[in-house]
Design a protein around this ligand. Sequence first.
Ligand code: DO4
Ligand code: MG
Length: 273
Amino acid sequence: MKLFRTPQGVVLQLDCAFFRLPGLDWDELLNRENLAQNLRELAQNLAPAEEPAEILPPVGKQEVWAAGVTYLRSRDARMEESRQTGGDSFYDRVYDADRPELFFKAAPWRVIGSGGDVRIRRDSHWNVPEPEFTLFINASGKIVGCTIGNDMSSRDIEGENPLYLPQAKSYDGSCALGPCLLVAAEPLPPATAIEIEIRRAGAVVFNGATSLAQIKRSLPSLAEFLFRETSFPHGCYLMTGTGVVPPDGFTLALGDEIRITIAPIGTLTNFVR
Ligand code: DO4
Ligand code: MG
């Protein structure tokens, strides 16, 4: 089942039907015990409604964090971009280390939803989207849902010095999530595809795909590391890293349309402005 945040309140999609959940607080709802069961019970007492015309990012008071270098493709691309400046061995080591790379990506108010505009930094000349399977972890540290994330990244800034990572990763319009929160009793199967397409003036200029099976680390282990010494009273989102990196000659341009699809969740669409 899927939860949408809309200007009129929370909307639940169960099978093909939509139900409005007026008056419910997003942050409280997401942190209820047995969320999936709770949502089914709520729907039983409601009449089906229209599909929402407008959606907001599926975020209330949740911070967004991100894991990095969790796929071989990401490790190789980062090593290549930072070889000249001597930063490459950091990526090699973190790929094999017990402790994952985890970084703060965005405050809730900085998150862009599906249909919204993402940005490239004005002081950067090499920018890419990163399509990422994104977990929702509740306040108790339990993975109870997932969404689609776009971890917009400035590769020239990141490659110049690993200490510049927060500037390469965290700025206005750098984090998109949506279109909804998928609440599922079972984890998605490893074969689940993460697909990206970038269109420029209507033509596809890049597409690529990976699958959950390609991730090096287990999703519960990423959640465990994040919650080890940090509390999240409203739960949080955790982007789990990218397995798709466009070739080195590619950079995003103003006006590009970025579509990231994970079929059981939907498509996250954003425009570069
Ligand atoms: O270490 C740099 C960032 C890695 C990242 O964002 C990713 O692998 O997705
Ligand atoms: Mg990333």
